[in-house]
Each structure stands twice: as structure tokens, then as C-alpha cells.
Design a protein around this ligand. Structure first.
Ligand SMILES: [Zn+2]
Ligand SMILES: [Zn+2]
Length: 345
């Protein structure tokens, strides 16, 4: 089969590899579409190496059809469309037992410990099937939407950590694919006003289309002034940082109201170090938290929202490339001209 093989940091190529041979408890999925995530880019360019195997096949936002079924696997049939929750928690570590399976200390994941979606076929190991990580989709859900259930579930986790509720004023910093999901989820959670800060015009327009009330170009407009004006001088209730730029963390903290919450959703670039004035947090009693991956309950909620048409994901897809054109897809991702870029066989 054709696959993108990661050989080392900043070293990958499309090549012919053996199609995985499944065991009695496994499934083989024919990949329909797999999306490229910001984390994949950091793995490909070598800035993220933790938990990455060489050589391996990455890609963790996957939707496809059941192609082969191990003889001990029941409840699935050939040709069924499925999406894959790639994170497999251990269910017994301190985090798992503390209702934080998304941060499992022994987590295994497809696209990391197990080969992932940037290939024609993906082996789904028994452990993932047994823990309910293979989710059936009706045929009207496209492969694109199916693949994007994974990042949507991460955003649902972020939203829950942020605690967005009825009548809140939410600032979403960055309107890439993740920011565009957060806008929609914030509205669904009851936010009365969603303000979006984004320098790219196409992304601002997309943000408006997907429910943002106000969009701001922070390179030309005074974001701080606009936030104060829109919130009766108190600041945003909730801020979601959906772009990992360490240099703007400090100024973003200052846009939060006293007692509000700032969720550092994005993975931050470089070493992730940022100089912040901690008294902003201290005197204003601001809650700052993070978000990593998702719980399977978040994934099931994300799948349900996609199945029932509550979120618009097709709007977020701008490019689809064949596996053999992976290099082009990678370049588009790096250029930032598109939004979500997907791969298909
Ligand atoms: Zn991802
Ligand atoms: Zn665990």
C-alpha cells in the first residue's frame, strides 16, 4: 500500500509498504480521508519528537470503511463507515482514575504508538476496539466530517475546561480550523457574544459565516479597546487561545475579566516559553488552564453533533490531496493559505 513514512525529524516520504496483517482481534480500515493536524506538522518538521516513533506512519484524524475483520471481532461488518477515536487510555493510572483519561499517563494512540492514517489501510488494534474507539457513522456523514470528529472532540474538551456558559462573552484568538470549531461550540454552549481575533481576512470571513459576532484584525485594530467596549469595560468572560503564539499570551491574559477563564488550547510554538506578567492572574483571579486530547465521552459527543448536523465542518475543509501528493499538502499546511487539509487514497 502507499503510505507516508516518517523516518526521522523532518524526514519523511511517500512509499510502498506492506499492508498491515490483522490479528484475530483487530480490524483493517480502508482509509477514506485523514486530516493533517497542527501536531502532525510539528512532528513532520521535527519540533515535536516526544512519543514519536521512527519509522512510523502518523495521522490521527481518520475516517474510513471496515475492510477486514479479525475472526474474534463481532459487531462490525465489511464496508461500514467508521471514525476512529485514536487515543486509548489505560483506565488504571492516577489520571484515568481521577476522571482525566485524556491525560492518561500510559496512553497509547493510533498515529503514535500504532501506525496512523496517512496510508491506504490502517490497522485498528484489539485494545482500541475493546475500549470502544471505533465509532460507526451513517453513510450521509462524509469522510471529511468523519475525520474531523477527532479535532472537534479536542475542542469539546477545551470548551468544558473553559467552562463557557449561557450569556458569556467569549474571545477566540485565532480562526484556523480549531478556532472555527470553538466559535461554533461557544455559540452552542450559550455564549451571547463571540469575538474573534484573526489577522487573516479569509479566516475572519469564515469566522463570521460560522457564527462569530465580531471579528477583529489585531494587526490593524485595537483588540483591547474593542473587548472593553463590547463587554462594558469588564473584559471577556472566557478566552480560548486557538493559536499557539507565545508572544501574545501576556496581552491576551489582560483581556480577561476578573474571575474569568483563559484556556490555552493550542500547542505553543518553539519551546512554548512565554513571558507573562503574573500579577495579571494574581490580582484579577483569572483561571488559566490547558487542554489535551479528549475523553471518549467527548469524542462520542462530537460524533453525535456531526451526525445530527449541529456543527459545520465541511466549511473548514479547503484542500484534499492524494497520498502520493503528500508533499504538496504539507506545503499548503505550512503556508497557512488554506484551513483544514486532508489526505485520501
Ligand atoms: Zn489532531
Ligand atoms: Zn491511564
Amino acid at each position: 500500500m502507499r503510505a507516508v513514512v516518517l523516518k526521522g525529524p523532518d524526514d519523511f516520504s511517500v512509499q510502498e509498504v506492506d499492508t498491515p496483517i490483522i490479528g484475530d482481534g483487530d480490524l483493517l480500515i480502508k482509509m477514506g480521508k485523514a486530516a493533517i493536524c497542527g501536531t502532525d506538522l510539528r512532528i513532520l518538521n521535527g519540533t515535536k519528537t516526544k512519543g514519536v516513533r521512527y519509522p512510523s506512519i502518523i495521522g490521527h484524524e481518520i475516517c474510513g470503511d471496515i475492510f477486514k475483520i479479525g475472526k474474534n471481532v463481532s459487531d462490525f461488518s465489511i464496508g461500514e463507515k467508521v471514525a476512529i477515536a485514536n487515543v486509548i487510555p489505560c483506565n488504571s493510572c492516577r489520571c484515568c482514575l481521577n476522571d482525566q483519561e485524556n491525560a492518561c499517563l500510559n496512553r497509547k494512540a493510533i498515529g503514535y504508538e500504532f501506525d496512523g492514517g496517512f496510508a491506504e489501510y490502517v490497522l485498528i488494534p484489539e485494545i482500541a476496539i475493546k475500549s470502544g474507539n471505533v465509532v460507526k457513522l451513517p453513510n450521509y456523514v462524509s469522510y471529511e466530517e468523519g475525520a474531523l470528529i477527532e479535532p472537534l472532540s479536542c475542542c469539546i474538551r477545551g470548551l468544558k475546561n473553559a467552562g463557557t456558559k449561557f450569556n458569556d462573552c467569549v474571545l477566540v484568538v485565532g480562526a484556523g480550523p480549531i478556532g472555527l470549531m470553538h466559535i461554533q461550540l461557544s455559540k452552542i454552549a450559550g455564549a451571547k457574544k463571540v469575538i474573534v481575533s484573526e489577522p487573516n481576512k479569509m479566516r475572519r470571513e469564515k469566522a463570521l459565516k460560522l457564527g462569530a459576532d465580531i471579528v477583529v484584525d489585531p494587526t490593524k485594530e485595537d483588540l483591547s479597546k474593542i473587548i472593553l467596549k463590547e463587554t462594558n469595560n469588564i473584559g471577556a468572560d472566557i478566552i480560548i487561545m486557538a493559536i499557539g503564539v507565545p508572544a501574545i499570551v501576556n496581552s491576551t491574559l489582560k483581556l480577561c475579566r476578573k474571575g474569568g477563564t483563559v484556556n490555552l488550547f493550542a500547542g505553543f510554538a518553539g519551546t512554548g516559553e512565554s513571558k507573562i506578567e503574573v500579577n495579571t492572574i494574581h490580582y484579577n483571579e483569572i483561571n488559566v488552564n490547558g487542554s489535551t486530547a479528549y475523553k471518549r465521552s467527548d469524542y462520542l459527543q462530537a460524533a453525535d453533533m456531526v451526525i445530527t448536523g449541529k456543527v459545520h465542518l465541511k466549511e473548514i475543509v479547503t484542500d484534499v490531496f492524494k497520498i502520493d501528493d503528500f508533499e504538496k499538502a504539507y506545503e499548503i499546511c505550512k503556508s497557512g493559505t488554506g484551513l483544514k487539509v486532508l489526505i485520501e487514497p
